[in-house]
Design a protein around this ligand. Structure first.
Ligand code: AMP
Ligand code: ZN
Length: 137
């Protein structure tokens, strides 16, 4: 993908602060970190997001994410981490090359996510669960 900023970072055409890489995965610090150590883990192969990734690539990305999460957790002496993937613009995706955020967390660090609760009406839960089940692919 010629105009993809993360492909350019992986190729070395745009500078980054690299954290780690292997044959399939690349990790670097986010330039707009929610906390220091906020790391992005990306497949070297270009995918838009979770929906177009193949099984092997998802597996590699997940395994690399676990290892790098341990690095972030210990490396910045975090008390926890959030592992987040934004898929499509309404979910917050701004860069359309699949990536996982590893965000170090600290007690009372002021980050608040998903602060809205949307209760179900009677019987709605079962219908929604069935609709999801029927579309698992
Ligand atoms: P998302 O909103 O899930 O697409 O996240 C995009 C992430 O990429 C954000 O954390 C940005 O700060 C980060 N980002 C965008 N451009 C760069 C860049 N050139 N180097 C490092 N991180 C970047
Ligand atoms: Zn790309």
């Amino acid at each position: 993908m010629d105009d993809c900023i993360f492909c350019k970072i992986i190729k070395g055409d745009i500078p980054c602060t690299k954290v780690w890489e292997d044959s399939e995965t690349f990790a670097f610090l986010s330039t707009n970190p929610n906390n220091h150590g906020h790391t992005l883990v990306v497949p070297k192969k270009h995918f838009r997001n979770i929906f177009d990734m193949d099984e092997h690539s998802v597996t590699s990305l997940a395994l690399a994410t676990q290892k790098i999460a341990r690095g972030v957790y210990k490396g910045v002496k975090a008390e926890g981490v959030n592992i987040i993937m934004n898929n499509e613009a309404p979910a917050g995706q701004a860069v359309f090359h699949a990536h996982i955020h590893i965000i170090p967390r600290f007690t009372n660090d002021g980050l608040h996510s998903w602060n809205k609760s949307t209760p179900y009406q009677e019987d709605e839960k079962e219908q929604i669960a069935e609709q999801i089940f029927n579309n698992v692919a």
